[in-house]
Design a protein around this ligand. Structure first.
Ligand code: SF4
Length: 325
């Protein structure tokens, strides 16, 4: 949860000036045990900043991240609950996320060494079992290899093995398949799905790919310019979007399903300058349904009849009743 007004800032360096952008502003959501939650939105909407601040890879200026009921933005709490073992990340680019000087076995074993878990023999056994569990079989054929000797899909399996070796409760999967060949994407996503079910891990998927999120997630949140604008069940948000921005995003996603009757919505204008945000709803300058009421103040999240929450005055009964028919 990141509070409004003094939230997570990104610093921009201009010609001798320093300006701040609220990369994530007033975003609040929860992820249940064993649940998969997706964050979607265009580049620059704040989804990756949000994900990284959950793992404390970025420090929010205010707000809190509660893990198992405890605020892990407090360094003492993080140390006490050994948060580094509880939360892991799978990065987008398997060509950059593995240290090229490590062999597969040593790269996967390193977290066990750092946290001094088990004896040398136990660590070796755990690494071999984990290599097997991510589908690199037989493990002996992979454990002595360097990353440069592996394909993109094999490298991502190594990254997944390293992420699960400490038996975390939470994983941030940041565009986990976007750098892979189409032919191996499905097998990596299936692997994540299977491991999540077997190990009961909560996963936060970050992706611009709505089809992937619909397939992988229980619920998703759509972000626009640092704000969550819609949250709901993954199927409902994509099959029946409520917020005008989600409708546009879903409408612009190609589909091969001949029965898909999604509405195509033309967006006007460009994304506003994040340093000079419009007043009221920040989507107003591009929204096909914008009206005077939209620029008065930032809309809250309202429940919709379809079951989602949407940050739009069209779902605020009080505002809707004042609009002339
Ligand atoms: Fe569009 Fe107004 Fe809703 Fe914003 S509040 S999304 S401008 S209708």
């Amino acid at each position: 949860h990141f509070k409004s007004n003094e939230d997570l800032f990104t610093r921009l360096f201009g010609w001798g000036e320093v300006e701040y952008v609220k990369a994530v502003d007033g975003v609040s959501f929860d992820i249940a045990e064993g649940e998969s939650f997706g964050l979607a939105g265009e580049s620059g909407c704040g989804k990756t900043t949000c994900g990284k601040s959950l793992l404390h890879l970025l420090e929010p200026t205010s707000g809190s991240v509660r893990f198992d009921g405890r605020d892990v933005t407090d360094p003492d709490v993080r140390d006490e609950m050994d948060f580094r073992t509880e939360a892991q990340i799978i990065q987008q680019n398997p060509y950059e996320s593995i240290n090229p000087r490590y062999r597969v076995f040593d790269w996967i074993k390193e977290p066990l060494d750092v946290h001094e878990i088990g004896t040398a023999e136990e660590r070796e056994e755990t690494v071999i079992e984990t290599i097997e569990s991510v589908g690199l079989n037989p493990p002996e054929a992979y454990m002595h290899e360097y990353p440069s000797e592996l394909s993109g899909g094999e490298r991502q399996r190594v990254s997944i093995a390293r992420a699960i070796i400490l038996e975390p409760s939470f994983i941030l999967a940041d565009e986990p398949a976007s750098m892979l060949d189409v032919s191996v994407r499905a097998s990596i996503l299936d692997l994540l799905d299977r491991l999540q079910e077997e190990l009961g891990i909560s996963i936060l998927y970050i992706s611009h790919d709505l089809s992937l999120l619909k397939h992988m997630c229980d619920r998703i949140g759509i972000m626009y310019l640092g704000k969550l604008v819609e949250v709901g069940s993954a199927t409902e948000v994509i099959n029946d979007p409520q917020h005008p921005y989600t409708k546009a995003l879903v409408g612009s996603t190609p589909t091969v399903d001949p029965d898909d009757r999604r509405e195509s919505v033309e967006l006007q204008g460009e994304i506003p300058d994040p340093v000079n945000l419009p007043s009221g709803c920040r989507f107003a300058p591009r929204c096909p349904e914008a009206m005077d009421e939209c620029t008065a103040e930032e809309p809250a999240m309202y429940p919709t009849e379809a079951g989602q929450q949407a940050r739009c005055v069209l779902y605020d009964e009080e505002t809707v009743n004042t609009i002339p028919k």
